[in-house]
Ligand binder design. Structure first.
Ligand SMILES: Cc1ncc(COP(=O)(O)O)c(C=O)c1O
Length: 396
């Protein structure tokens, strides 16, 4: 095994989800807060478009690596409509999920030793994708007292002559933080001032709650548009995680280079999935806003119930579909008679003793916390947090 690939950690979120699903398959009544995916089925009109696509022989063969021309155009249009970022189809590369877009963005931008600022807590994939591209991920801590919002001061403290890229993501996975328009403006201006590139992940753009608003960084800081890669996809907005369609948007030369890389790795994304994604983008946001309303109700429930648990404090999630409670007050205790020194220990005890799957903060560079997806039914949320509450009440 190469040192490069040997050093890659498995995805902790997928591992927790796999463990929960295996227990479920074995007949155990487990509540899974691990998965980062909507529990809703993909809307029927999208599935129907895929069925039609299967019958069309044009989809049985290779198509352009960068994506079906109609889909690239629809992504450009949707971006202009939803975020206001003025882009053309030539700036769009359709990828196998946003995950491949993240990977290709860093592979295209980084030379060995280039540093990437990654605000922490971070989605587990970012540091691995940076390291695989030969770059150096530099975690930039954000604080619970700042509601985990990234600040220019902390970014500036982490900047060195080797810093090339800032990774920006709002709404955030795992914290649910949504940067305000003023904060996005400040961060973007700071990046522009220091000639940094920005990779900005907008996959949760439609999942913001209360007074929070989504702000696209290259829209509020247009001088960054030439040094910015936007990541997005259909997975979270349209409940399409399994279809594997995402995209990156960037300057045409960067998009062409990333397309060359993709042409040797995966060629075109499955045509059937691309046709389904096209139907999703052309079908408007009605289904998405219904899901958003359901997530919002669940968010209120999980936030209230977690704060009622012994030893837990939880900020109100502002976006995405994750609660990120602190369990630091439970560390150093025994739960159900088992010693709990870390949040990773606590997650083990939770699955073994309460049959509740949660992802420990260690997976996100934030020990002492748990990530709990609330993309599951209200009854399951109530049952799962009630079980955790009973477990945490045993702390001694
Ligand atoms: C912040 C963020 N970006 C990207 C992705 C990947 O999305 P996709 O399923 O399109 O690869 C995820 C999935 O969990 C995510 O949380």
């Amino acid at each position: 095994m190469s040192a490069r690939v040997g050093a890659v950690a498995p995805s902790a979120t997928l591992a927790v989800d796999a463990k929960a699903k295996a227990l479920h398959a074995a007949g155990v009544d487990v509540v899974g807060f691990g998965a980062g995916e909507p529990d809703f089925p993909t809307a029927a009109y999208i599935v129907e478009a895929a069925v039609m696509a299967c019958h069309d022989q044009a989809n049985h063969h290779y198509t352009p690596t960068a994506g079906l021309p109609d889909l690239r155009e629809a992504v450009a249009q949707k971006t202009r409509r939803d975020s206001g970022f003025q882009v053309t189809a030539s700036q769009v590369l359709v990828t196998n999920g946003a995950k491949q877009a993240v990977y290709e963005a860093f592979a295209t931008l980084l030379d060995p030793g280039d540093e990437v600022l990654v605000p922490a807590p971070y989605w587990t994939t970012y540091p691995e994708a940076v390291a695989l591209a030969g770059g150096v991920p530099v975690p930039v801590p954000t604080e619970e007292s700042d509601r985990f919002h990234v600040t220019v001061e902390s970014l500036e403290a982490a900047r060195t002559p080797a810093t090339k890229v800032l990774l920006f993501v709002s709404p955030n996975n795992p914290t649910g933080a949504v940067s305000t328009p003023e904060e996005v403006l400040a961060v973007g201006r700071w990046a522009a001032e220091h000639d940094l590139w920005v990779v900005t992940d907008e996959i949760y753009e439609h999942l913001v709650y209360g007074d929070n608003v989504f702000t696209s960084l290259p829209v509020v800081v247009p001088e960054l548009a030439d040094r910015c890669i936007v990541i997005n996809g259909v997975a979270k907005t349209y409940a399409m995680t399994g279809w594997r369609v995402g995209w990156l948007i960037g300057p045409p030369d960067v998009v062409a280079a990333a397309g060359n890389l993709q042409s040797h790795a995966t060629s075109n994304v499955s045509n059937v999935s691309q046709r389904a994604a096209l139907a999703a983008l052309e079908g408007g946001l009605t289904a998405a806003s219904e899901m958003r309303a359901a997530f919002d109700r669940r968010r209120v429930t999980i936030h209230r119930m977690l704060n009622e648990c012994n030893g837990v404090t939880c900020l109100e999630p502002e976006g995405a579909f994750y609660a990120f409670p602190s369990v630091r007050d439970l560390l150093g205790t025994k739960l159900a008679g088992r010693p709990v020194a870390t949040s990773a220990d606590l997650a083990d005890v939770a699955i073994d003793e309460a049959k509740v799957a949660v992802v420990p903060g260690e997976a996100f560079g934030a020990p002492g916390y748990l990530r709990m997806s609330y993309a599951l039914g209200e009854d399951a949320i109530i049952e799962g947090v009630t079980r955790l509450g009973k477990l945490f009440a045993t702390a001694e």
